[in-house]
Design a protein around this ligand. Structure first.
Ligand code: MG
Length: 376
């Protein structure tokens, strides 16, 4: 175990769990959190949830599960470079996408729209908040409490953003939004590790799918710089390998830059504790030049991959499935198994949202067929 920097989160000074528990015997508090996340139901469901490509589109594409593992791997490297807590950053990374609906962002947006139209008093839907809800409320594995009863620091890292209205209802974990404070460095770095992971694997998956091409990507600085070098160093390399080499070089560049820039910021601000980190401006950052290049790549992916007509066709179908399910259950909650029934109308709407959000892509498709296809 590396020595923790003074600005890292230490399990010994954790702000604790919502329900008191005896300390773990052979692990730290944050290791226990990570282990609880790996063992929970929502974590296993990530295997069958869309990242960009729907689960059945091909076995080689990233899913939410493999994405979360990539985020954890990148984040742990960064944590070790920076003297941060690896166990905590791993826990945050593995949990960060637990609240995603089936069909990725399209599913979330439609579920949010449905709730706002049909049950405005219930509040909307947001995947980040749902991740927290899963670990705080929805997992049913422990005799003494709902949820996983994770440490404050893990929950703080999971809740990347939230409205002031919601923050007021969340207790301790919402306070930083009201007080305009930063989360721990572990949380800040996990967030940027997420960005490194998805930008790079979406390049890889995008090329594999044929929705974007090498020619297009050669117009993007960070890609073209590394790709040109790879092709120069290895003439006659087949495209597949050149792409893999380019992606790993991009990840490496981003990780090294994030590490160096953050370290320089830390040396400047010299925080002596996590509380200093919370009171300072954000310290985890890329250099200006790499930030600009990463933004260029992001903008490229948005325009050419996420808004590709074949992706839009998939997301429009996904939206219809989510809406059909939500409306059908709202109109007649008797279609739901007893577990998902509530007496109160607002609670019922929320329970329906939880049920749909918890579905994998394929389960949602199957449920839709069962409800709507005559003869099934
Ligand atoms: Mg993510």
């Amino acid at each position: 175990m590396m020595t923790l920097a003074p600005y890292a989160c230490s399990p010994d000074t954790s702000r604790g769990r919502r329900y008191d528990e005896a300390p773990p015997e052979n692990r730290t508090q944050f290791q226990r959190d990570r282990d609880r996340i790996v063992h929970c139901n929502a974590f296993r469901l990530l295997e069958y949830k869309t990242q960009v490509f729907v689960n059945h589109e091909g076995d080689l594409f990233r899913t939410r599960l493999t994405h979360s593992l990539e985020v954890a791997q990148i984040a742990r490297t960064l944590a070790r470079n920076l003297g941060l807590n690896e166990d905590l950053i791993e826990a945050i990374s593995l949990a960060h996408d637990l609240g995603h609906t089936p069909f990725g962002h399209a599913g979330q947006d439609e579920l949010n729209a449905c709730l706002r139209e049909l049950a405005p008093e219930a509040g909307g839907f947001e995947h980040n908040l749902q991740s927290l809800r899963i670990v705080d409320e929805l997992e049913e594995r422990y005799a003494a409490f709902n949820g996983l009863n994770l440490c404050f620091e893990t929950r703080e890292g999971i809740l990347k953003h939230c409205s002031l209205k919601v923050a007021r209802q969340l207790g301790a974990v919402g306070e930083r939004f009201l007080d305009r404070l930063q989360p721990s460095l572990e949380a800040q770095i996990a967030n940027l590790a997420d960005e490194i992971a998805y930008n790079n694997h979406d390049v890889d998956d995008g090329l594999r799918s044929g929705l974007i091409t090498l020619n297009q990507l050669r117009q993007v600085e960070i890609f073209s710089t590394h790709h040109a070098r790879v092709c120069r160093d290895h003439p006659n390399l087949e495209d597949r390998r050149a792409i893999a080499e380019t992606v790993r070089a991009m990840i490496n560049t981003l990780v090294l830059d994030l590490s160096a820039t953050t370290l320089a910021n830390l040396q400047g601000a010299a925080p002596a504790s996590v509380d200093d980190v919370r009171r300072s401006a954000p310290m985890a950052a890329f250099s200006a030049s790499i930030r600009r290049q990463a933004d260029e790549l992001k903008a490229f992916l948005l325009e050419n991959l996420y808004r590709h007509y074949r992706v839009i066709r998939m997301t429009s179908k996904a939206r219809r499935i989510v809406r059909d399910l939500f409306v059908a259950f709202m109109n007649d909650p008797r279609l739901l198994a007893q577990d998902h029934r509530r007496d109160d109308a607002v609670e019922q709407a929320r329970a329906i949202a939880d049920y749909i959000a918890g579905m994998t892509d394929r389960f949602a498709v199957r449920e839709h067929q069962q409800l709507f296809r005559v003869g099934s």
